[in-house]
Write a protein that binds this ligand. Structure first.
Ligand code: AMP
Length: 584
């Protein structure tokens, strides 16, 4: 039996496909949502879920929530402020002098879900499909998979949340080529993905979002509002946690009530507080945060080459989309009512269960396709990005290219693996590198094949092979992305912003490489055959080589290209003579 798991920032769910239906499983108290909170007791025992959340106010230092924001991350990323560790190294969390990894903390949540399922079903549940936000990078997907394994699961698939949600909403039954926007605002992450149904198969046309935007941010803003209204200006960590808890309660209740009064006994210095709050007041502080989703929606549409009117449906995912303010804003952005037919906070889990059933062979006719959020490639001569798998390619995907040595006598090549949308390698992210040795050979004689395979979980395997000797190196990219989550966003924005400069840099580099190859070749040819050419022709060649050199020094792209083409013309006779000589 394959369980479906929605491993959320705030809440997690588990379920299985039972007698023809996807079924979410509840704990003995009847709760299907398990808060993604882990509490480490002084005696070494571990609490997960509601019990852990209750301890948060009392022992914030022993309680970890929103660990999904840290998974696969590194010290120095946003959200790691206050955590101590060497910048750039994988995040760990200190508990009782021990260092826990986010995977280990997540695995406690997964273990709890496993127990809930096994208790309910009376049988072992060892296989799972786990969902992640659409643009989790390699490191984050691999870390999530690892967490599943630590919890004792064989992870059959890491599935993107919007694709899961689309399945849960039954959108596979729409007519062919229907287009759907999935607006997912949960506790900690936001994404907007556009899917298209193509011959019964979901394809992700585009996805944009932020992994640090959600209900947690709303809670924080509302907590500040509550503190202002109550005139509290000095905080202890305990007060802060209790205010946030109160803020969340207010927020959730205000989705259906117009106003309420929060009672906070003994909040500060033994003082009890009563704070009245209305939906309108709350919306005032939440609106700027929720409005940030708009730009992502518009960008996703633009990426997919669509107008809002081209969409057939808008579906809502994530607990925060229960807020009337969010629904109004979604309607405003897309000019149409969102589909409210599913529980927004259960849709992803239901989809994961359905995906599990498909893998088990219990459901047919639907395949799910995911896409690469950013391009993958390697660095080539002159520091250029050479894309091997472009952004928005459907995965699993496989692609390769043949490379050769740029320098004579070179005895090996370093393959630097890159992710990103910029033209110059240095502006992209380095995922790792591989050294492939080969015997020293003349320029252009070595043959190194590089193959990228992206599996269905989005984990990248790079294979480099020296085709002459058969030497082979393989690397699996699971953890080396030294960038923060919102850098994905920044990368896309950066590639738009720098499009012109980047293109210029690429054209210049290509021209420079050509110049560097041509200048010594012309010089060598002149030394060999110069005496056979008329003086004015030699003078013209010298004039043009000087022009190429000075354009190169001045870094003037257009001038360099012009000079190279003039030099090309000026050396026509020389080249012909050289060719004749070579042919004997
Ligand atoms: P998820 O990550 O999908 O579990 O969403 C959790 C987030 O949804 C948390 O920030 C919750 O406070 C929020 N949430 C759940 N129910 C409601 C509700 N009725 N109104 C507003 N927010 C809610």
């Amino acid at each position: 039996m394959i369980a479906g798991i929605d491993l959320g920032t705030t809440n997690s769910l588990i379920g299985v496909y039972e007698s023809g239906f996807p079924t979410l499983l509840a704990d003995p108290d009847g709760n299907r949502l398990t808060p993604s909170v882990v509490h480490y007791m002084a005696d070494g025992s571990i609490l997960v879920g509601r019990e852990a959340r209750r301890m948060q106010g009392l022992h914030p230092d022993r309680t970890i929530s929103s660990v999904k924001r840290l998974i696969g991350g590194r010290f120095g990323d946003k959200g790691t402020e206050g955590l101590i560790g060497a910048k750039g190294s994988p995040v760990t969390l200190p508990i009782d002098g021990k260092k826990l990894t986010p995977e280990e903390v997540s695995s406690e949540i997964l273990k709890r879900l496993k127990t809930i399922a096994e208790d309910r079903l009376g049988t072992q549940v060892n296989r799972a499909v786990i969902t992640v936000p659409a643009y989790f990078n390699d490191a984050q997907r691999a870390a999530t998979k690892k967490a599943g394994e630590l919890a004792g699961f064989t992870v059959e698939r890491i599935l993107s949340e919007p694709t899961a949600a689309a399945l849960a909403y039954g959108l596979d039954k729409l007519s062919d080529r229907s287009k759907v926007a999935v607006y997912d605002l949960g506790g900690g992450t936001f994404d907007l993905s556009i899917l298209q149904l193509d011959n019964g198969v979901f394809e992700v046309l585009s996805t944009h979002g932020e992994t640090r935007l959600g209900g947690d941010d709303l809670d924080e803003a509302i907590a500040e509002l509550l503190a202002r209204k109550a005139g509290i200006d000095s905080f202890t960590p305990g007060t802060d946690a209790r205010l946030k808890e109160a803020a969340r309660e207010a927020k959730e209740r205000l989705s259906t009530e117009e106003s309420l009064t929060l009672r906070l006994p003994f909040l500060t210095g033994g003082k009890s507080l009563e704070i009245p709050i209305t939906r309108a007041e709350m919306e005032m502080v939440c609106e700027p945060i929720i409005r940030r989703t708009r730009a992502h929606c518009l960008r996703s549409l633009e990426d997919a080459g669509l107008n809002a009117t081209d969409l057939d449906q808008i579906i809502l995912v994530g607990g925060s989309t229960r807020m009337p303010l969010v629904r109004r804003l979604v309607q405003e952005i897309f000019g149409r009512e969102p589909n409210l037919s599913q529980h927004p906070d259960e849709a992803v889990a239901l989809g994961a269960i359905l995906q599990g059933a498909i893998l088990e062979g219990n459901l047919r006719n639907i395949a799910l396709l995911d896409v690469t959020p950013l391009s993958l490639g390697i660095e080539t001569f002159g520091g250029l990005m050479n894309v091997i798998i472009p952004r928005n390619t459907t995965i699993p995907a496989k692609a390769g290219e043949m490379f050769t040595n740029a320098v004579a006598g070179q005895s090996g090549m370093t393959i630097t693996i890159l992710q990103g949308e910029r033209e110059m390698a240095a502006d992209n992210w380095k995922l790792g590198s591989l050294d492939i040795p080969f015997p020293p050979s003349p320029k252009g004689a070595a043959r190194v094949g590089v193959q990228f395979s992206l599996d269905a979980d989005g984990i990248l395997q790079v294979l480099a092979r020296d085709t002459a000797a058969g030497t082979e190196k393989i690397m699996e990219i699971r953890s080396a992305v030294e960038v923060s989550d919102e850098a994905v966003e920044a990368m896309l924005a950066g590639s738009l912003e720098h499009a012109f400069e980047d293109m210029d840099a690429r054209i210049f580099t290509e021209a420079r490489l050509k110049a560097e190859e041509m200048l010594p070749a012309v010089e060598a040819a002149l030394a060999q055959l110069g005496s056979e050419l008329p003086g004015d022709e030699i003078a013209e060649i010298h004039k043009q080589t000087t022009e190429v050199t000075s354009a190169l020094q001045a870094k003037e792209t257009t001038r360099l290209k012009q000079a190279l083409s003039t030099l090309d013309q000026a050396t026509q006779t020389l080249a012909t003579r050289l060719m004749e000589r070579a042919m004997g």
